[in-house]
Design a protein around this ligand. Sequence first.
Ligand code: HEC
Length: 122
Amino acid sequence: MRRLTLAIALAVGPFVLAPPAQAQGDPQKGRELANKHCIRCHVVGDDPFAGIDSTPSFRFLTKLSDYVERLQTFYRRAPHPVFVEVPGVPRRTEIPAFVAKFTVTPENIEDIIAFVKTLEGK
Ligand code: HEC
């Protein structure tokens, strides 16, 4: 019995202990998504004339030590909950959107993060 338990522990252990697979975003897709959804308010890349004044540029975001977390949770941070929907995530507010709404999936967000990472140090 003991041997069997050990055998099971050895067989299952690596899978239990292995960290969850890190979703790897696609920076090219992320650039396209940022150009589609974020650029009307943010400076997302090279074009300094896009965006509105009250937003951080994505290049500036990379200077913050927690920028990846900020991007992972952007749809919960003001002002986004009003106009961003993520399938499977309950809406936080029923306030009517004041601008055009859009939907992003968790995979889309990983892609956007992969793209913003390419702006680090620029
Ligand atoms: C309609 C305008 C608008 C759109 C579209 C928009 N944002 Fe924002 N975003 C803002 C504003 C305004 C702020 C600054 C909020 C503040 O300083 O309180 C902001 C801040 C942020 C921040 C920093 C949040 C924090 O708490 O530090 C992140 C990250 C962000 N946006 C990501 C995105 C991403 C990614 C997209 C596209 C998928 C996007 N935003 C689209 C208006 C927008």
